[in-house]
Design a protein around this ligand. Structure first.
Ligand SMILES: Cc1cc2nc3c(=O)[nH]c(=O)nc-3n(C[C@H](O)[C@H](O)[C@H](O)COP(=O)(O)OP(=O)(O)OC[C@H]3O[C@@H](n4cnc5c(N)ncnc54)[C@H](O)[C@@H]3O)c2cc1C
Length: 460
């Protein structure tokens, strides 16, 4: 089958306007959010329905065409980008974009769930739920672009993870197209349903390597009636985790817990965000809490119990001005770095957070590289987003190695919530043992025997 004939058949399925081959238009789909990863593809294909996806994938399976699935393209590990020139194992490669798959089913208010098409954004799902007094349990700063399919495929964490768990724990059911074009539908609103293997759970975190997710049945949560947001300036990391514990003992529910450093605050301030507290402090800890009774009084009492607090401010939630300092970190870093940022999302046992911050801050000095570390993260989950700005291209590997060696030494994970993608595939052996990896490869081969779905992602 000639390449043009395959693209003609795809056009017959989705409409010629939705098979994009114009090089200028293609460009926007071929570089990732960080600018570190650029791939090549023969076309971007934009189906509208699950049935169209199934027909597209059947053509790809018949003709041996690689498929890179792309949602909002906000992933930070290069997984949403096709292989680079010369790296594709097949003659033709397409990007399958879910941008047109945005339908939202009616919210089941009693069952607290909603079915949404894969390309619906996190923000659209949340606003849809909010019209019924409910909330999507997943939230992240990329909410206006990141999609339902993307957050499931990466098993995203985000700012509400400390309260509601990761994306996998919000998935009740899934519809997906397998690598041979068959449609898998595990669609049950039941909270309890233990019939066999957890296939939706398997697809969560599969990064487009096992199937194309076309629709998700999410459980929804009830938002707190009111929250209080505080930013607490502290002189040590442990003060943040102690405050989470004390707040819990005082009956407060921790809705979010985020740590920032002075370097990060200085950076976002230079890019227009307000400083939450006036005086610089080694760390600033944002905590959002809910509860019955006088929540802000309880929170301030908890803050007074902690050694090392230098200052604190609080506002009733949602307190967007306080949140802005945290939420603008990723964008400010991307704008400020002179080379594509080396972005390493890692986690460590909570007791090891202070050591992790110390040792990661020391990486540039230890290596003798003049790059800038900016660390921040979802501190209640032991999650640190380690960003290194201005890293010369020749030193990216050394910085990555040094960070992962610290994390391995502390018993942590090389991927807390962003996945493996292309960025970390060379190090996957640090996170999983041989038998574990063997089982993962067996699953990959069973579900995608030709290796057409996202080649190079996770397994390198
Ligand atoms: C400012 C900013 C803040 C962020 N904050 C967080 C955060 O707090 N927590 C967090 O976990 N992540 C965060 N991220 C990373 C990113 O937003 C998440 O990984 C998100 O889940 C990606 O969604 P997406 O739709 O953009 O997916 P994409 O980037 O398009 O794709 C990501 C991966 O999922 C696969 N994929 C996408 N859609 C499908 C589908 N329908 N079927 C199968 N596979 C699919 C892709 O092939 C790729 O491997 C942040 C990113 C930015 C830019």
């Amino acid at each position: 089958m000639s390449p043009q004939s395959a693209l003609d058949r795809l056009a017959a399925i989705v409409g010629a306007a939705h098979v994009i081959t114009d090089p200028d238009t293609l460009t926007g789909y071929l570089t990732d959010w960080t600018g570190r990863w650029t791939g090549v593809a023969d076309a971007v294909v934009r189906p509208r329905t699950c049935e169209e996806v199934a027909e597209v994938i059947a053509v790809c399976a018949a003709d041996g065409i690689s498929v890179c699935v792309q949602g909002g393209n906000t992933g930070l590990v290069g997984g949403s980008i096709p292989p680079a020139a010369g790296d594709s194992p097949t003659r033709l490669t397409i990007v399958l974009s879910t941008a047109r798959m945005t339908d939202l089913d009616d919210v089941d208010v009693i069952g607290r769930s909603v079915g949404v098409a894969a390309g619906a954004t996190v923000d659209a799902v949340d606003r849809h739920a909010a019209r019924h007094g409910l909330r999507f349990g997943v939230d992240l700063a990329a909410r206006e672009s990141a999609t339902a399919g993307g957050v499931v495929a990466t098993n995203a964490g985000g700012i509400r993870m400390i309260r509601h768990g990761n994306t996998r724990s919000q998935v009740l059911g899934i519809e997906a197209v397998l690598a041979d074009g068959r449609i898998l539908r595990r669609w049950s609103p039941l909270i309890k349903d233990n019939v066999g293997y957890d296939l939706p759970g398997l697809l969560a975190g599969s990064e487009g390597t096992l199937a194309v997710i076309t629709k998700v049945l999410f459980s929804l949560v009830t938002p707190p009636a009111a929250t209080t947001v505080a930013v607490v300036a502290v002189d040590r990391v442990a003060a943040a985790t102690e405050l989470i514990a004390v707040a819990g003992r005082r009956g407060l529910v921790v809705e979010a817990a985020e740590i920032m450093t002075e370097a990060g605050i200085e950076l976002v301030h230079a890019h227009g965000a307000r400083r939450p507290v006036s005086e610089p402090a080694p760390f600033e800890f944002l905590i959002e809490v809910s509860g019955a009774g006088a929540v802000d009084e309880e929170l301030f009492a908890a803050i007074e119990d902690i050694d090392g607090v230098l200052d604190a401010v609080a506002e009733p939630g949602p307190a967007p001005a306080l949140w802005a300092a945290r939420e603008t970190h990723t964008e400010a870093i991307a704008r400020d770095t002179s080379t594509p940022v080396v972005k390493l999302d890692v986690s460590v046992p909570i007791r090891s957070l202070p050591a992790a911050f110390d040792r990661l801050h020391a990486v540039p000095g230890d290596l003798g590289i003049g790059c800038r570390p900016i660390l921040f993260g979802h501190v209640g989950d032991g999650n640190i987003h380690a960003n290194f700005l201005d890293v010369p291209a020749a030193d990216v590997h050394r910085v990555t190695e040094a960070v992962f060696s610290v994390i391995a030494d502390l018993g942590g994970s090389i991927s807390a919530e962003h996945g493996i993608g292309r960025a970390k595939s060379a190090w996957i052996g640090l996170g999983r043992g041989d038998v574990d990896l063997g089982v993962m490869r067996t699953l990959k081969t069973a579900l995608d025997p030709q290796g057409l779905l996202n080649p190079g992602v996770i397994f390198g």
